[in-house]
Design a protein around this ligand. Structure first.
Ligand code: DUC
Ligand code: ZN
Ligand code: ZN
Length: 483
């Protein structure tokens, strides 16, 4: 009898801390051994001369979700996880999104039903909390957190989603008491609306004006404010989809003061710029997301933040709305003003390959940082560690073997989501994922699916140190118990 179901032999194994040549022995879906000259496996993968990393964890994905404009994402759990898998992601964390008036528990149940039996890879959920009423704060959220849904996103913008500062304090304080991670979308709603109204009233309605409404100061201000609110409560906070320097500077300043602030960025801030929203006709809508892509100088800052540890997490914020579709970007037609266009870009399939090719292989990012931001850190922050996110004995055998020589011109035709465009069409790069393993099973090869849907498993979040408060109240000891 063979000791291993599969041995991935002689690869250059990359973790968040080291890179070394080794064989990986897999048994029953787990990494059973890492070493040299491991016994022959039932199946063998020759990885000599090739890099092997943990499978990606994409911890910011919208799928099977209806937006505040009433538009459904093009991807459901089947197409979304297929696409993720083909791009080297082996776990998604997508949102169970509450709309006002809805029971959060019921929403979570509905997302469970929508995902069950559909996914190609393992999956977890965050929640989106848009209605923190007494029932939600007093009963539903604490119970859901106890059930292993320990992270949620809140918004400072979008009419249907945004919370007031007071509500944000309520939610942050609940997160502190129950050990949850709060992810925050930071943009100053009123300031954006004020600018947008002026632009539209003066006839500036094309997609490119979205960037002027969603300008950098509105992101900087909301980032600063949310960090201050979290400091008042003494709870960690994770700022999602940070687009450029000014918001990054707020996070650096907060960390320099010792605050526990985590940060995420996304491919659109590395590979797109605001000029992409200024394409002819309505085409700029394809790259319209919030916060929007900035300029080349900000792109360089974001790369720097990935290198130096400012960013903990690199996720896609995959929010797929088809372009040529009255249920997508064309909801209000091709002449709609920019406020009427669903916000979001797809990206979960290209997320890992583009960072590998343009970051690691071009020397902008070490292999270890690549692993940290694309897999290990999200696993640690969201309580999926020590099952996911690392190459170590006992972890799930979620692995990617990379082809550093494959030349690719990105095109929608090669992708496996339900979209009709990719914002990265025509981008030429060298390097893509080759074999993708999920719990030891070869699920994709050369960017194409091999597995069948329904094999993915739901993952509850486990405990994590990331949510622990600093224990540093801004209030004197004799009154701090009031909060
Ligand atoms: N902004 C979000 O906050 N979510 C989805 C897409 C987007 O652009
Ligand atoms: Zn957001
Ligand atoms: Zn999002």
């Amino acid at each position: 009898m063979k000791t291993y179901d599969r041995v991935i032999r002689g690869g250059t194994v990359a973790t968040a801390s080291d890179t070394y040549v080794a064989d990986i022995g897999i048994k029953d879906g787990k990494i059973a051994a890492i070493g040299h000259d491991l016994a022959k496996g039932e199946e063998e993968t020759d990885a000599r001369g090739r890099i092997v990393t943990p499978g990606g964890i994409d911890s910011h994905v919208h799928m099977a979700q209806v937006s505040s404009m009433g538009v459904w994402t093009a991807d459901d759990f089947e197409s979304g996880t297929r696409s993720a898998m083909c791009g080297g992601t082996t776990t998604t964390i997508s949102f169970a999104a509450q709309h006002r008036g809805q029971s959060l528990r019921k929403v979570v149940d509905e997302y469970h039903a929508s995902a069950a039996g559909k996914t190609y890879i393992d999956y977890a959920f965050h929640m989106i909390v848009s209605d923190p009423n007494e029932q939600v704060l007093g009963q539903e959220l604490p119970a859901l957190i106890a059930d292993g849904l320990t992270s949620f996103k809140i918004y400072t913008t979008y009419d249907a989603l945004k919370l007031s500062d007071r509500q944000i304090l309520d939610v942050l304080s609940l997160a502190r008491r129950h050990g949850a991670m709060t992810m925050v979308h930071c943009e100053n709603h009123d300031a954006m609306m004020w600018v947008a109204e002026k632009l539209i009233a003066s006839g500036r309605t094309r997609p490119k004006y979205h960037c002027f409404s969603h300008n950098m100061p509105v992101e900087r201000e909301a980032t600063h404010r949310v960090i201050a609110l979290a400091e008042i409560v003494d709870t960690p906070v994770l700022i999602v989809h940070v687009s450029g320097r000014e918001a990054m500077d707020e996070i650096r300043r907060a960390r320099a003061r010792g605050l526990k602030v985590f940060a995420e960025t996304c491919p659109q801030y590395l590979f797109l710029t605001q000029d992409d929203l200024d394409k002819s006709g309505f085409d700029g809508a394809m790259c319209m997301c919030s916060p929007p892509p900035r300029d080349k100088i900000n792109q360089e800052y974001v790369w720097q933040g990935l290198r130096d540890g400012l960013f903990d997490v690199y996720s896609s914020d995959h929010a797929p709305y088809r372009f040529n579709d009255p249920k997508g970007k064309m909801l209000h037609g091709a002449n709609a003003n920019f406020k009427k266009v669903p916000n979001g870009v797809p990206g979960l399939e290209v997320r890992m390959p583009l960072l590998f090719a343009e970051g690691v292989l071009k020397g902008r990012l070490s292999l270890e940082r690549f692993v940290a931001v694309s897999a290990t850190n999200p696993a640690k922050l969201y309580g999926l560690y020590p099952q996911k996110g690392a190459i170590a004995v006992g972890f799930d055998a979620d692995l990617v073997v990379w082809d550093a020589t494959r030349e690719v011109t990105v095109s929608q035709k090669m992708l496996h989501d339900a979209m009709d465009y990719t914002p990265y069409e025509g981008l030429k790069t060298t390097g893509w994922c080759d074999e993708v393993f999920s719990r030891g099973e070869l699920v994709a090869k050369g960017g194409n699916p091999l597995a069948k849907p329904g094999r993915g498993r739901y993952l509850a979040h486990g405990p994590t140190d990331a949510t622990k408060p600093l224990g540093r109240s801004i209030f004197p000891e004799d009154i701090s118990d009031a909060f």
